[in-house]
Write a protein that binds this ligand. Sequence first.
Ligand code: SAM
Length: 242
Amino acid sequence: MCFDVISIFPQYFQPLDLSLLGKAQESGRVQINVHDLRNWAEGTHRSVDDSPAGGGAGMVMRADVWGRAIDTVRKPGRSVLAIPTPSGQLLNQRLVERLAQSEQVVVACGRYEGIDARVAEYYDNVVEFSLGDYVLNGGEVAALALIEATARLQEGFMGNAQSLMEESHSEEGLLEYPAYTAPQQWRGHEIPAVLKSGDHKAIARWRRDQSLRRTARRRPDLLASLQGLDSRDRQILAEEGW
Ligand code: SAM
């Protein structure tokens, strides 16, 4: 899978060479190309923005500069144009799973008051996405999140593919159970006894209970789409007031 990121701050993307993403690039599983938008700007100042039509504060990024950049990097085939914006759909695991099916994701990182709206209207397969209900200075941080979340779903990216299945927001969409490790006792807090019992069935049931409880307490909105609950699941959720 290939990512092409376009930004006026290409240096933002250096951390993508670290850790598992760095290894995935070395092995060729994932390709990440970072492009400087100013390569497609014209004039002595290589300006990428102009004042907003209709007046108002701030500057807007020019459609003509973005158009030249996207036309150059976008490949025919299963390509998605992802545009970070606080008014987009929330970047969640379902969206990430969908993006992971693409051959190429082009991420267009806006700055200032964002990119001229005609860019999102003009292209096919556009996903305008938001990292959350707050405003960042630019799309770079959102692009980093999208790339990392999408790349780790590529086959062979994780050493153990099982880790992807048991995570929060995967499969059923529950939050993951709490995790513990050594030392056995820390500042008066013990690891739950069941996790030391060696009884794999009891551990699996305890973990499921904890997932249900955590989701009910922290993200009750995720319970709406839950299906296939057994009687024990229902009992746990009833205890949590559901
Ligand atoms: N004036 C815009 C608005 O109110 O929707 C916000 C512009 S923001 C200062 C500049 C850029 O940061 C946006 O074009 C977008 O690329 C990025 N950005 C800001 N907040 C974001 C968020 N929550 N999710 C994704 N991208 C965001």
